[in-house]
Design a protein around this ligand. Structure first.
Ligand code: SF4
Length: 53
């Protein structure tokens, strides 16, 4: 699987993770927030995540 060196990611449960490297394989991801105003890193997330089946 190709890896996008511009998007580092450690979420290897995701089907888009490059697996052998700590990168995403997508060309583009969508980062989202869970609150009206994000004030901590925990308030943000990768909106492109999909669980590996
Ligand atoms: S889609 Fe998001 S969570 Fe999944 S590998 Fe890419 S950056 Fe990580």
């Amino acid at each position: 699987m190709k890896s996008n060196k511009n998007i580092g990611c450690t979420v290897n449960e995701c089907k888009y993770h490059a697996k052998n490297e700590s990168f995403c394989s997508l060309d583009h991801i969508n980062v989202v927030k869970h609150m009206d105003k994000a004030k901590t890193p925990e308030a943000t997330d990768c909106g492109s995540f999909e669980v590996e089946k």
